[in-house]
Write a protein that binds this ligand. Structure first.
Ligand SMILES: *Cc1c(COP(=O)(O)O)cnc(C)c1O
Length: 233
């Protein structure tokens, strides 16, 4: 059976290849290992194989893992919250995570900024954009992204880093690239408007090649590293 270290090697090779094909420097694409549903042991195995940045979707599960690994003395981990955020769940996120990718309204950003402990570095945030317009999806509408990003950038305890999107699975690479390309164009537009952005969070296990070809700077990869997820019934 492939180990987490083997899988990480394979994902890194895919990223290298995708960057080579796109004529991009591999240093410009970060790998976020999405460890949701997996235990602290899986994170430790990935850490031993050189992985440092981990993504979690569920606040309590994430906080438990952060605390567990800290208590175990595992050093240098960076924790990213990539799940939908309700305003009554912002405090543990502000207190335990390094990044939040899913800011899609100002109220959430204001609470995160107010609740970020003064002793910690500013919380690094991305604004989530509903780039393919699904009616029931999280994410700000593309037309409202600039105003939200400007308001978020002005909050004292947050540092706005970029945009994040989770498009619907596309039927083929060309369709995936078209949607990712819209996110990239919006990101460029915000930069042109004067926002200091360096992160475009897009691409997962099945579509990281299309995301890299379209300008992603951070791919969020779960199952290709840890295996298929099993959700409790
Ligand atoms: C679960 C999840 C991922 C990882 O998905 P895989 O297909 O397992 O790579 C990436 N981003 C978000 C927001 C997720 O919820």
């Amino acid at each position: 059976m492939a180990t987490i270290a083997d899988n990480l090697q394979r994902v890194r090779a895919r990223l290298q290849q995708a960057c080579a094909q796109a004529g991009r420097d591999p240093a410009g694409v970060r790998l976020l290992a999405v460890s949701k549903t997996w235990g602290a042991d899986a994170v430790r195995a990935a850490h031993a194989a050189g992985q440092r940045a981990f993504g979690e979707n569920y606040v309590q599960e994430g906080v438990d893992k952060v605390q567990r690994l800290r208590a175990d003395g595992v050093e240098g981990l960076e924790w990213h919250c990539i799940g939908p955020l309700q305003s009554n769940k912002t405090r543990p996120v502000a207190e335990h995570f390094d990044w939040v990718h899913t800011v899609d309204r100002l109220k959430i950003a204001q609470r995160l900024s107010e609740q970020r402990p003064p002793g910690l570095a500013p919380l690094q945030v991305c604004v989530q954009v509903n780039v393919d317009g699904g009616p029931n999806k999280s994410g700000v509408a593309p037309a409202d992204a600039l105003a939200l990003a400007q308001a978020v950038a002005a909050l004292p305890r947050l540092r706005l880093r970029g945009l994040m999107c989770i498009p619907e699975p596309a039927p083929d690479v060309a369709a995936a690239c078209a949607v990712f390309g819209r996110a990239r164009a919006l990101w460029e537009q915000l930069r042109a408007a004067g926002l200091d952005l360096d992160t475009l969070s897009m691409g997962m296990s099945d579509d990281l090649e299309a995301a890299v070809a379209s300008g992603s700077t951070l791919v969020r990869v779960g199952s290709a590293i840890f295996g298929a997820r099993h959700y409790p019934a």
